[in-house]
Write a protein that binds this ligand. Structure first.
Ligand SMILES: NC(=O)c1ccc[n+]([C@@H]2O[C@H](COP(=O)([O-])OP(=O)(O)OC[C@H]3O[C@@H](n4cnc5c(N)ncnc54)[C@H](O)[C@@H]3O)[C@@H](O)[C@H]2O)c1
Length: 202
């Protein structure tokens, strides 16, 4: 089962894509209002083709909640705003979400950071954060970075057709996540290491 964390402009369509292509998906957002809207069958923003995708995902059994789930794979797609004063991408939302994931994640779960981060951020912020919480990366938890590169406006088409880069410490884990994205993505999906995946975005 896949738990998508952060149902915004990127996380919601990603969750819907997977659910409409045969993947068991639960979407988690900490905003009760947003979850209520989704549960009531309403999308939270407008985008060409989104309503149809939403219907297909509902038929695929997608669920929405404010709770973090016990899952095999977590896709973290929370915001990473650029701070123009420090000239840095803000990582606090990513680490907060990962902190909550770690409270429920079973041994061996894969955390995919889909949020945009600047090169080196996974090693600098995420890896030490997970280790400080007492988790051994590579056995307790696996880390993957799968940046989303769509440009707003033509998002559904881009999700289906853009190439993707999957960065993982362990190539076998990278291949698992590639297979997950390949359920809906017809573009070329390259598996590499995390640092290279971070660089590819920029
Ligand atoms: N918007 C774009 O066009 C675009 C394109 C490519 C990449 N990205 C990247 O994708 C990532 C997500 O961007 P977005 O535009 O979807 O952001 P967004 O602000 O639309 O959505 C983020 C969602 O995450 C939720 N959230 C935040 N912290 C949470 C937590 N701890 N637990 C549960 N939910 C939480 C928020 O309530 C919000 O609904 C960012 O890193 C962004 O840079 C965005």
């Amino acid at each position: 089962m896949v738990n998508v964390i952060g149902l915004g402009y990127i996380g919601l369509p990603t969750a819907l894509m997977m659910a409409s292509h045969g993947v068991e998906v639960v979407g988690t957002n900490h905003s009760q209002g947003k979850v209520n809207m989704l549960k009531a069958g309403k999308t939270t923003f407008k985008e060409e083709g989104l309503d149809e995708l939403f219907q297909a995902a509902l038929e695929g059994g997608i669920k929405f909640t404010t709770e973090y789930q016990v899952a095999d794979v977590y896709i973290v797609s929370v915001q990473t705003p650029y701070d123009k004063f420090t000239k840095k991408v803000e990582m606090k939302y990513v680490t907060a979400a990962i902190g909550d994931v770690l409270k429920v994640a079973p041994k061996g779960a894969i955390i995919v950071v889909e949020s945009t981060v600047s090169p080196g951020s996974i090693n600098k912020y995420v890896r030490p954060y997970v280790e400080q919480k007492g988790f051994v990366i590579g056995s307790d938890i696996h880390l993957v970075h799968a940046p989303e590169r769509i440009i707003p406006g033509n998002m559904i088409y881009e999700l289906l057709h853009n190439d993707r880069t999957i960065g993982a410490d362990d190539p076998e884990i990278g291949e698992k996540i590639k297979a997950l994205y390949a359920t809906f993505c017809g573009g070329n999906i390259v598996v590499t290491d995390i640092k290279t995946a971070e660089m590819k975005y920029f």
